[in-house]
Write a protein that binds this ligand. Structure first.
Ligand SMILES: Cc1cc2nc3c(=O)[nH]c(=O)nc-3n(C[C@H](O)[C@H](O)[C@H](O)COP(=O)(O)OP(=O)(O)OC[C@H]3O[C@@H](n4cnc5c(N)ncnc54)[C@H](O)[C@@H]3O)c2cc1C
Length: 355
């Protein structure tokens, strides 16, 4: 028998879609991703990007400094080990994601800890093939409606030192992390030369004592208007023809600086002191399994086909969150579009007489 709605992905968009479809009696199945080493390496383990961070200070509804008692009541004991001890000014990313997951489960959402590895949208019901962490652990699922909420992952340079200091001064989101105390009134480094690097640098200049933009060429790739704005900002200094060789730091302080190498002149290095390192070299949407099935834009994101709707080019397939949005990229916007996708799916199923 076909599932009424299958939701692929386990970030804020996926759980919001699950909460809404569950409450509409659509008995959703969430395919949340597999617990594999490959997903760990890529940063796409279940619970999405927020599970990779510490404080989340901008998600409405969590003004408290200590959620301990509430979390203990809300989250089952066997999943509580995932929650950090950390208590900042809000909720931590893993805590928020566990709470969203639990809320979806409380309304009857079923969860499969598999990746969708293949999908056939040319037939209806749609057919999905999933795989878990164990070799040979595969399932075939049919679905009347599908909500794709597989998110995106931030690109990093791939240096071991970058990995080491993630959540200790290395970030890929200025809007998310720029206002944290560790970055305030300190020098910071942004890596990149496109529009998003210009945006990140401009945003960070509000908090930082100084922002260095490290770029491997002698000219930004960003649009002229954005590059000009950055170049006119007295707090921002470009480091042209430079590549990061290593992120410097220690266990106690986290990031303390970067060592740069001249892009062309071998052996020429420079150390910059900085309390933060922001990678702004783009994101990769998690859409590999959709290629040839759904219209993607030039950057590989799912293309929404109608303004203010989560429709894709295939009727009955909806997209929510960062997988279709390379502009806002926030938990609250992802959750918002997850709600929209749930309502769109519910109305589509009703209109087709599938209820
Ligand atoms: C380090 C960091 C800190 C951040 N801090 C903040 C913050 O403070 N505030 C804020 O608002 N935003 C923050 N963001 C951005 C925020 O995390 C994202 O905008 C949000 O998580 C996007 O949600 P999503 O539901 O679209 O997907 P994601 O969170 O990207 O989750 C999608 C998940 O779906 C699963 N998936 C992927 N492919 C498949 C597949 N084929 N089959 C099954 N499952 C799959 C994976 O588990 C993947 O992780 C941060 C991002 C990062 C990286």
């Amino acid at each position: 028998m076909s599932e009424k709605v299958v939701i692929i992905g386990s970030g804020p968009a996926g759980w919001a879609a699950a909460i809404y479809t569950a409450r509409a009696n659509l008995e959703p199945l969430v395919v949340e991703g597999a617990e594999t080493e490959d997903n760990r390496q890529k940063g796409t383990l279940p619970l999405g990007q927020l599970a990779l961070t510490t404080e989340v200070e901008n998600y409405p509804g969590f003004p408290v400094a200590n959620l301990g008692g509430y979390l203990a009541a809300a989250i089952s004991e066997e999943r509580r080990y995932r929650l950090a001890d950390h208590r900042g000014h809000g909720v931590s990313g893993p805590e928020l994601m566990e709470l969203m997951r639990q809320q979806a489960v409380n309304f009857g959402t079923r969860v499969l800890t598999h990746d969708v590895v293949d999908i056939d949208l040319s037939r209806h019901p749609f057919r999905l093939t999933t795989a878990g962490a164990d070799e040979g652990d595969r399932q075939s699922i049919e679905a009347l409606a599908v909500i794709v909420a597989t998110g995106a992952r931030a690109n990093y340079l791939g240096l071991p030192s970058e990995d080491k200091f993630k959540n200790a001064g290395v970030s890929a989101c200025a809007v998310c992390d720029g206002a944290l105390p560790r970055f305030r009134n300190k020098p910071l480094v942004v890596i990149g030369g496109g529009d998003s690097a210009m945006e990140e640098a401009g945003y960070l200049s509000k908090f930082a004592s100084k922002v260095f933009i490290v770029h491997r060429r002698d000219k930004f790739r960003a649009s002229k208007i954005m590059a000009d704005r950055v170049l006119a900002n007295p707090k921002i200094e470009p480091k042209w023809n430079s590549v990061v060789e290593e992120v410097l730091g220690d266990d106690a302080r986290g990031v303390t600086g970067v060592r740069l190498r001249h892009a062309e002149q071998a052996g020429q290095t420079e150390v910059i002191e900085a309390a933060g390192y922001f990678a702004a070299i783009g994101h990769t949407p998690n859409t590999d399994f959709l290629k040839g099935q759904l219209t993607l834009n030039a950057k590989g994101y799912i293309a929404w086909t109608t303004p203010q709707r989560t429709y894709t080019n295939v009727e009955g397939v909806f997209a929510a969150g960062d997988v279709a949005d390379d502009y806002y990229r926030q938990a609250i916007t992802a959750a918002g579009s997850g709600c929209m996708a749930a309502l769109d799916a519910e109305r589509w199923l009703a209109a087709k007489g599938f209820e």
